[in-house]
Design a protein around this ligand. Sequence first.
Ligand code: SF4
Length: 360
Amino acid sequence: MKYLDEYRDPAQVKALLQEIKGLVTQHWVIMEICGGQTHSFLRHGLDALLPPQIELVHGPGCPVCVTPLEQIDKAIAIASRPEVIFTSYGDMLRVPGSNTDLFSVRAKGGDVRVVYSPLEAVQLAEAQPDKEVVFFAIGFETTAPANAMAVLLAQKKGVKNFSLITAQVRVPPAMEAILQAEDCRVQGFLAAGHVCAVMGFHEYLPIAETYQVPIVITGFEPVDLLHGLYATIKQLETRQTKVENQYLRAVSQQGNTAAQQSIQQAFQPVDRKWRGIGTIPQSGWDLRPEFAAFDAELKFEVQGLLTQESPLCIAGEILQGLKKTVECPAFCKECTPQTPLGAPMVSSEGACAAYYRYHR
Ligand code: SF4
C-alpha cells in the first residue's frame, strides 16, 4: 500500500475486524503504548467495533503527560525571568504546574514562544545575543534526536546563550516498570511505531522474552492498528510471546543509527521521574557533563521548588493502564480542556483529552 487513504480503507477495516472476531476466544487486556494510537482508536471509533473480549488500556506514551511537575515548575520559573526567551512545543504551554502554566506566564508579559523545532530556538539565540534562549526539551525517543542536534549545533557554532531544560524519556524502561507492577493487567503491547523508527526494536526482544509478553510494533492508521491488534491477539491465543513488526514501511530492527548516534553524543541515560507514576530507573536522558553549559537548570539555579499535584487527578493510574479516564471523578466536571487539572486533559496525545473530544 502506498497512500494514506489505503490505510483507512473501510473494506480492509471490516475484513480485519472480522478476522479478529474469528480469532478471539477469551478476554485479553492489550495496551497501546502511544497516546497517538489512543487518539486514533477513539477518533475512528475502532474501540467500539472490537469484540467485547478485547480490553484496550492506554499507555504512558504521551510526552506532555509524563513530564514531571518539577520540570514544569522549573520551566515556569525560568520563563518568568526578564532576560529569557522561553521556547517550547505548543502543547506544553497549557499544562498545569503547581500554581500556574506557561500561557499565564506569557499573559503576564513573559517572552514565551511556540517553536516547531529546537533548531529554531538555536537560530533565535543567534539572532538575539542579548537574551538567554531556553528550549523545553521534552518527549520520547522521537524528539531526542532533534534536541541532541540542537545542542551539538549550538556547541559547534559557539552559541552560548542557548540552553535546554530536559525531560527526555524512554519507552522500554516504562514498559518494564508496567510489567513489574504487582497489579499489572497488561497481557500484550502495541508498541509505538514512530519510536521504533528511530530506535529500532532490538531493545524489545529481551522484554518479550523475560516477561513472556507479545509486543507488536504498530503504526497509527486504522488498518495499522487493527493489523497490530490481530497479530497481538494471535500470539496471545496461540501462547506465543515475541516481537513482531507490523510497521514494516517505517521500522527496521536497527532503526535510524545516525539519529541514535546524535542522542548518544549529547545525552546519557539517567533515572527519570514520570508525572503521576514516579521514578523509573534509566528511563530518561540528560545532557552529558561535557554539555553542562547548555543545561538551563544549572544556568538558572532552579532547584528545590515545592510542587503540588491536584488531589483529584488519577493520571498516573491511567498512564499505567490501571484505570480508565471515565473512572476519574473529576472527568468532565472539575477537569475539562478549559480547566485542566492534569496534563492528559491538555495534550493532543492525552487519553483524557481523547475521551473528552470523542464524547466517551
Ligand atoms: S480527567 Fe483530568 S483530573 Fe482526571 S485523570 Fe484526566 S487529567 Fe487528571
